[in-house]
Design a protein around this ligand. Structure first.
Ligand SMILES: [Mn+2]
Length: 350
């Protein structure tokens, strides 16, 4: 596996030099963040990410993410143009050494949480989603400002998008996924790029919006639309793991065996009795997931893709982007290294 770390570019408070100091660190995971979905990424921005990474002894070979525009997801009359732009962005990234591109197909909002700084008894803070904080909210009537939601939409725009997705429904979304994959995956194949779809976070409908990248049955369906290693998963343990019905180690084993995991996001999550969840430290004893079994499934199948510690808590007084501090993600990286070393040695029998 290749250990990687997400970096938000030059505005990220964490210097690349610090990321390099995490033992075993190989890749920078980044993107051109100042261009809207549906627009072409300037080559000089991609070249700069590559140059900055290399100047710090790291490789820029994973993009997270090239966002899929709402026009593509909804299938508006701008879809064709946006898919063309998407393909061009894949070509441009490949030209500068990118081998893996992450993206998601979540309608309107990316991940959903109700609080980004929930304090644990030890004084650390983390992202949580509590159902009792969501209950009673109706996005078609109420003004909703959940943390992390795209503030560039007005409440009226949010309402009309929610309405449009309601009319589209899950099967309509599947149809639009199919159109996207059938055009994008051949381009990725040509460029030697693996497309890695990130699951919906959390993996169930929120406010009635269809969410389909959620469970084994739907992942099977997604991968079968274009049966190519370039149509792969970004298997995010914490996102899929918010649903008790997802057996994460079994899913990792299955898709690693099929060579359909391009990228692993590794983090733990604690599911509460009512289905709410809290992000926690990466270690198995911190949450509901067995991280050892997950790594063992990867090692048993000679996984050679990218792995990154996903969201961490805020610890040791660090401030910054919630979930994306240095310290706890570095602890996560070190833990992941340890699990891999142990599993690899056990596999070799020494
Ligand atoms: Mn993730």
């Amino acid at each position: 596996m290749k250990l990687s770390f997400r970096w938000y570019g030059e505005t990220d408070p964490i210097p690349l030099q610090y990321i390099r100091q995490i033992p075993g660190m190989h890749s920078v995971v980044s993107a051109v963040y100042d261009v809207k979905p549906g627009q072409v990424w300037p080559e000089e921005s991609i070249a700069k990410l590559k140059a900055l990474s290399e100047a710090n002894g790291l490789v820029f070979d994973v993009v997270e993410s090239i966002p899929v525009s709402e026009d593509i997801k909804l299938g508006t009359d701008k879809r064709d143009e946006h898919i063309e732009v998407y393909c061009e962005n894949i070509r441009r990234c490949a030209k500068y050494g990118v081998k893996c591109v992450t993206y998601n197909f979540m309608p309107v909002f990316d991940w959903t949480r109700t609080q980004l700084d929930k304090m644990a008894p030890d004084g650390s803070t983390s992202l949580v989603m509590y159902w009792d904080q969501l209950k009673g909210l109706d996005p078609l009537k109420d003004d909703i400002h959940l943390p992390g939601w795209d503030a560039s939409y007005t409440q009226d725009e949010v309402r009309s998008l929610i309405q449009a997705y309601g009319e589209l429904g899950a099967e309509g979304l599947w149809k639009n996924i199919e159109i996207f994959l059938k055009r994008v995956i051949p381009v990725a194949e040509e460029c030697g790029v693996v497309m890695a779809v990130h699951p919906d976070d959390p993996p169930y409908p929120i406010f009635g919006l269809p969410r389909v990248v959620t469970c084994e049955e739907n992942l099977d369906r997604y991968l079968s639309i274009v049966d190519s290693p370039a149509n792969s998963l970004c298997l995010c343990t914490g996102s899929l793991g918010c649903a008790k019905s997802n057996d994460i180690p079994a899913m990792v084993r299955k898709y690693a065996e099929k060579k359909r995991i391009g990228f692993m996001h590794m983090r733990n999550v604690l599911i509460l009795p009512d289905g709410s969840f809290e992000e926690q430290g990466h270690q198995s004893f911190c949450g509901s997931l067995d991280m050892y079994e997950i790594v063992k499934a990867l090692v048993d199948n000679d996984f050679d893709g990218w792995v990154r510690p996903d969201h961490g808590r805020m610890i040791w007084g660090e401030t910054g982007k919630a979930g994306y501090g240095l310290y706890d993600r570095a602890l996560g990286a070190t833990y992941i290294n340890g699990l891999f070393e142990a599993c690899e040695k056990a596999k070799r029998g020494n």
